[in-house]
Design a protein around this ligand. Structure first.
Ligand code: B16
Ligand code: MG
Length: 225
């Protein structure tokens, strides 16, 4: 047994750095309401980490809607316009607890940091909350076509870092994201409730009091991966 060593940290965005999930929910729910329904909390879990188009297809299936390509594009555009109304009101106060201090520690210790988010709006969000400059690599919804749980977004980020999956620790809040990172051999730390993140090597509730020391202790407890 040996202690796992990390060379880089990869962060998901929604649910890890900020709670944009709520804004995605409000925007998708507007569409569901037009179709005479409401998206439940459980259904919303299924949409976490999933690309916009794939999410739309899933929601359309819930309401038994068969959409033409043109209709899909129109609904996805409407949803995004609604979503961006919320994003454009975001500022530093929307950063989840402990995240900025941890990013500052990573920067001081010259640990490479990447973002791997399904969102096409990731840069816009990071700029609103003033965290854009903390990232050496940004992999987002514009980088790859495939949706998590496909590992393409993580492979893209890791290639840009010039590293191997086994060198990277991934922080994820969504089952689809964990599945993606695990499929290629990253070490995964779930952020949130353990019961919905059972696949993760380890789960933390959030980044409150989290630091490199805590990470080292966690990686030692995970054993050789
Ligand atoms: P956009 P993550 C994901 O972000 C969200 O969890 C998911 O709900 C959303 O549909 C997806 O981004 C695409 O976002 O519509 O902005 O391109 O968790 O991968 O950071
Ligand atoms: Mg997420």
């Amino acid at each position: 047994m040996h202690t796992m060593k990390y060379k880089a940290i990869i962060f998901d965005l929604d649910g890890v750095i900020v709670n944009t999930a709520h804004f995605h929910y409000l925007a998708w729910n507007r569409l569901a309401q037009l179709w005479g329904g409401q998206i439940t909390e459980e259904q919303n879990e299924e949409l976490k980490g999933i690309t916009r188009m794939r999410s739309l297809e899933i929601i359309a299936a819930w309401y038994h809607k068969s959409l033409s390509e043109q209709e899909k594009i129109m609904h996805a555009r409407d949803k995004n316009d609604w979503y961006l109304e919320y994003v454009d009101m975001m500022d530093e106060s929307d950063i989840l607890p402990g995240v900025k201090i941890f990013l500052q520690e990573l920067k001081e210790n010259k640990v490479p940091v990447a973002l791997a988010s399904a969102s096409k709006n990731a840069e816009r969000v990071l700029k609103h909350i003033n965290l854009f400059d903390f990232f050496d690599v940004i992999a987002d919804g514009n980088s790859v076509y495939e949706s998590k749980p496909d590992p393409a977004i993580f492979s893209f980020a890791i290639k840009q870092l010039g590293l191997q999956p086994a060198d990277c620790v991934v922080f994820e809040d969504a089952p689809a994201g964990l599945e993606a990172a695990l499929a290629i051999g990253c070490t995964t730390i779930g952020v949130g409730q353990p019961d919905s993140l059972i696949k993760a090597h380890y789960v933390i509730p959030d980044f409150t009091h989290f630091n490199l020391n805590a990470l080292t202790t966690i990686l030692a407890s995970i054993k050789s991966v």
